[in-house]
Design a protein around this ligand. Structure first.
Ligand code: PEP
Ligand code: MG
Length: 321
C-alpha cells in the first residue's frame, strides 16, 4: 500500500541480522533539503551543486557557494552531507563558461575533467567554499565527492588542489577543515581501478545512471536505446560487484547514488552486493528503509552472487521474482 510506504522512518535502519545500511537523499536544489529531512533521510548522499551554476549569467562567488553548502549541513546536523563538485558538461551546459562544442559531450570535458582543466579557477573558488564550510560546527559532517573520475591521477590532482587551497586559507587566517573525500564510480575505467581509488579515498559512490550508459554504450537520453540503459544487465552488476569488493579491501565505504538505489525491489540485491549506503530521491527513502529491515544478510549475499553469475538480464529478473 503506497500510503503506508511513504510514512517516514526517521531512525537509522539495519538489516534483520543487524548490518547498518545508510539510506540518504539525493538533493538537486536547496528546496529539496526540508522534504528530504521530512522523509527521514540519513543525510545527503548526493548534493548536486550544478544548480548553483545553471540559469544565470555568471558563476556564483565563493560566499554564495559557502551559504548553499552550509544550508545543506544545517539541514542535517547529525548526518553526513556528500557534496559533489560541479558536474558540468555532458547534458549540463552553462552558456557563460564558453564550453567547446563537442560531437560527443558525454565523452567530453565533463565533471572533474573541466574542474582540473579549463575551469580550474572556478574549481578553486568551489574548494575554498567547501573547506570553509567543513569548519562550521552547527551542521552535519561534510564529505566531498568528485564526478566522472576515470583515473587515479585525477584524484591525486584534486587532492593537491585541496592542499593548495588549505595553504591559502591558512595564510589568510581563515577557518577551514578538510572534509572526507570520495569519488563517483560512473565510468568503466573507475570500476577497473576502484582498488587504487579506494586506497586514496575515504569512499566511493556508484553513479549507476552514467555507469550503465558507459558500460552498455547506450546514451541515457536516447529513447531508441532505452532497453540497453538497464542497470540489471549482468555487465553492470559485475561492475558494481568489483567496485564494492575493491572499496572494502581498501577500507573505503561504498555507496550508490544512481536511480537504481531508490528501487525497493532492488534493495536486497544491492545490500547483498555490499553497498553500505544508498542515496536516492527523497520520496523513496521510507520504502527503501523498510526494505532494508526485511533483509537477511546471508540470503542477500547469495542473491547477489547468483545475480552476478547470470548471463542475461532476464535471468537476473527471474532471480528477483
Ligand atoms: C549517476 O550518474 O548515476 C549520478 C548519480 O549522477 P547524475 O545522474 O547527476 O549524472
Ligand atoms: Mg552521473
Amino acid at each position: 500500500d503506497s500510503t503506508v510506504d511513504t510514512d517516514p522512518v526517521p531512525e537509522r535502519v539495519t538489516t534483520a541480522d543487524g548490518r547498518a545500511v545508510e539510506v540518504a537523499a539525493n538533493v538537486g536544489s536547496p528546496t529539496e533539503l526540508a522534504p528530504a529531512g521530512d522523509r527521514g533521510a540519513d543525510g545527503v548522499g548526493l548534493f548536486r551543486t550544478e544548480f548553483l551554476f545553471l540559469d544565470r549569467e555568471e558563476p556564483p562567488d565563493e560566499d554564495e557557494q559557502y551559504e548553499a553548502i552550509t544550508a545543506a549541513l544545517r539541514a542535517f546536523p547529525d548526518d553526513r552531507v556528500v557534496v559533489r563538485t560541479p558536474d558540468i558538461g555532458g547534458d549540463k551546459q552553462v552558456p557563460y563558461l564558453d564550453l567547446p562544442t563537442e560531437s560527443n559531450p558525454f565523452l567530453g570535458q565533463r565533471g572533474i575533467r573541466l574542474s582540473l582543466g579549463p575551469h580550474s579557477a572556478l574549481f578553486e573558488t568551489h574548494l575554498r567554499a567547501l573547506l570553509r564550510a567543513g569548519a562550521t560546527d552547527e551542521g552535519g559532517r561534510l564529505a566531498v565527492m568528485l564526478p566522472m573520475v576515470a583515473r587515479v591521477e585525477e584524484v591525486v590532482a584534486a587532492r593537491e588542489r585541496i592542499e593548495t587551497v588549505a595553504e591559502m586559507l591558512d595564510d589568510e587566517g581563515v577557518d577551514y577543515a578538510r572534509p572526507e573525500l570520495g569519488a563517483m564510480v560512473e565510468t568503466p575505467a573507475a570500476t577497473y581501478v576502484a582498488d587504487a581509488l579506494a586506497d586514496r579515498l575515504d569512499f566511493l559512490s556508484l553513479g549507476t545512471n552514467d555507469l550503465t550508459q558507459y558500460v552498455m554504450a547506450a546514451d541515457r537520453e536516447n529513447d531508441a536505446v532505452a532497453e540497453l540503459q538497464d542497470p540489471l544487465h549482468p555487465a553492470v552488476l559485475r561492475a558494481i560487484d568489483r567496485t564494492t569488493t575493491a572499496a572494502h579491501e581498501g577500507d573505503a565505504w561504498v555507496g550508490m547514488c544512481g536511480e537504481m538505489a531508490g528501487d525497493p525491489g532492488l534493495t536486497e540485491l544491492l545490500v547483498g552486493l555490499g553497498l553500505d549506503e544508498l542515496s536516492m530521491s527523497a520520496v523513496t527513502v521510507p520504502a527503501v528503509k523498510r526494505a532494508v529491515r526485511e533483509i537477511d544478510g546471508d540470503a542477500a549475499a547469495t542473491l547477489a552472487r547468483d545475480a552476478v553469475a547470470c548471463e542475461t538480464r532476464e535471468a537476473v529478473a527471474a532471480l528477483l521474482e
